[in-house]
Design a protein around this ligand. Sequence first.
Ligand code: DX5
Ligand code: ZN
Length: 225
Amino acid sequence: MQSQIKIAPSVLSADFTKLGADLADVACADLIHYDVMDGHFVPNVSFGLDILKATKRATDLPVDVHLMISNPDEMLPAFIDAGADLITFHMEATAHANRLIQLIHAAGRKASVAICPATPVCMLEDVIEDVDMVLIMTVNPGFGGQSFLESSAAKLRRVKKLCAEHGVNPMIEVDGGINDETAAIVAGAGANVLVAGSAVFGKADRGAAIESIRTSAQNALLKKA
Ligand code: DX5
Ligand code: ZN
């Protein structure tokens, strides 16, 4: 049976001197999460197109590109060309979300929109029927290793309600502070794609860390059923 919960290790917490080996360590995951930061939309700079191409060469898993950049309208085509399988841009960063979703779909990729902790769920109202996934930030974007924001659980329940009202079922991704404990909270509240950076790459056995997060999330679902 295919797992209902998908785990997406975040490359941001990998050791960049041995990216290929670190990606091989997380081959049992479902997606690879790739954080692009521009030093403008968020107060940090990460990596861009060339490292994405290298990541694509080093893994068979789909790559989930999270654009934390101020100008997604200009940069999106380049990330499509570099091989992003699923692309998330922030609702706070564009006036043209609908156009960007169309552009991603026209390229045959999956489209997703993200909202920061202070952005209300109603921002998703007019895109929820068009996207493959929504990303609910569970920390303020910009850095790995931050603590999960407790307010996220109630927010996820509001997202689930919005999806039900529209009769759609996009993937619901969470990003930031996810570990064994918080995985249970977010899965119980409706998330089914869990990004984890430090809780995976910070462990000696990355495969075991992924399975442990997955099990914790799945157990929370069983408890709810
Ligand atoms: C934060 C990034 C995350 C980050 C998560 O802005 O979007 O993807 O890598 O790292 P952890 O899991 O360590 O909070
Ligand atoms: Zn991210």
